[in-house]
Design a binder for this molecule. Structure first.
Ligand code: NI
Length: 258
C-alpha cells in the first residue's frame, strides 16, 4: 500500500475534486496521506480533512512564503488542534530564498519559533528548503536540541554530503516526482547512497508529478512511480520499498501508527 508523506490536498487546484480523489484511495492502494498546511486558512482546511477521512493526517504550520500568517493567534490555534490524534506534526515550515531573499531574518525567526513549538508539542517537522541549504543547515545544527522528535527535509534536492549532515541530525529525506525526471542527476545519486531507513516517499501534490505525468496534476497514487524509481536505483523490490516507506513514515509521524 502507498503512503504519501507530503501532500497539499487542500490546495485550490484540488477544489471540487479532492473528495473524489480521496474516495478512490482504496482502489488506488493509497493507505495514508500526510497533508500539509501552509497558511492560516489551510490549517483549518487540513484539520477538517483529517477529521473527515481516517486515511488523512494533518501537519500544521506556516510556510516561508506565508510568513504574515504566523502570529500568536496561529500558534495558539496549532497548540489547541495538536491535542487531536490526527494532528501528527508541524509543517510545512522552513526557508525559501528562491522566491524571496529580502526577508531572510524574518524567515529564520518564524522557522525557529515553529521548531520550538514542535519540540514543546513533541511532534516531528516537515521542512521546506529552496536555495537556502547553508542557513538551514546552520540553524538545524545550532538547534539540534529542538529536533529530538525527528522530521524530514521534504523534496530533498541537495548533495550526498548534505544528506550525511542531515542524517547526523536524525532527520530523514523526502523523495518525490523530481527523482523520476529525466534530467534529474543529484536526487538519484543521493537515493543510491542513502540508507533504506532514511527516505520518505512523497508527492508534494498538486505539483511535481513524476514521469510520465510531469507537468500534469499530481496526486497521492503517483507515489507508486517514485517507489518504482527508488526500487530501480537501489536494486531492491518494489514491495520492499513500500514496506520500508511505511516503516520510515511511522517512525517519524509516530501518532499515525497509534
Ligand atoms: Ni509542500
Amino acid at each position: 500500500m502507498l503512503i504519501d508523506t507530503h501532500a497539499h490536498l487542500t490546495d485550490e487546484k484540488f477544489e471540487g475534486i479532492a473528495d473524489s480523489i480521496i474516495q478512490n484511495f482504496a482502489q488506488d492502494r493509497v493507505e495514508k496521506v500526510f497533508c500539509m498546511a501552509t497558511d492560516k486558512k489551510s490549517i483549518e482546511l487540513v484539520f477538517e480533512l483529517s477529521q473527515k477521512y481516517p486515511c488523512i493526517y494533518a501537519m500544521l504550520g506556516i510556510h516561508p512564503e506565508d510568513l504574515d500568517d504566523w502570529d500568536i493567534e496561529t500558534k495558539n490555534r496549532i497548540i489547541q488542534l495538536a491535542s487531536n490524534p490526527k494532528v501528527v506534526g508541524i509543517g510545512e515550515i522552513g526557508l525559501d530564498y528562491h522566491y524571496c531573499k529580502d526577508n531572510k531574518d524574518k524567515q529564520i525567526e518564524v522557522f525557529v519559533e515553529q521548531l520550538k513549538l514542535a519540540h514543546e508539542l513533541h511532534l516531528p517537522v516537515s521542512i521546506h528548503n529552496r536555495d537556502s541549504i547553508g542557513d538551514l543547515l546552520e540553524i538545524l545544527k545550532s538547534h539540534k536540541d529542538l529536533l529530538s522528535d525527528g522530521g524530514v527535509i521534504h523534496c530533498f534536492s541537495e548533495s550526498v554530503e548534505i544528506y550525511r549532515e542531515i542524517k547526523k541530525l536524525g532527520l530523514k529525506i523526502g523523495f518525490g516526482g523530481t527523482l523520476t525526471f529525466k534530467n534529474s542527476v543529484t536526487a538519484p545519486l543521493v537515493c543510491k547512497e542513502c540508507d533504506m531507513t532514511d527516505f520518505l516517499i512523497e508527492t508534494d501534490c498538486p505539483y511535481l508529478a513524476p514521469e510520465p505525468f510531469r507537468g500534469k496534476l499530481n496526486e497521492p497514487k503517483y507515489t507508486s512511480y517514485v517507489a518504482e524509481k527508488i526500487a530501480l536505483i537501489k536494486g531492491v523490490s518494489y514491495d520492499s520499498v513500500l514496506e520500508q516507506n511505511k516503516a520510515n513514515a511511522l517512525s517519524v509521524f509516530k501518532k499515525a501508527g497509534l
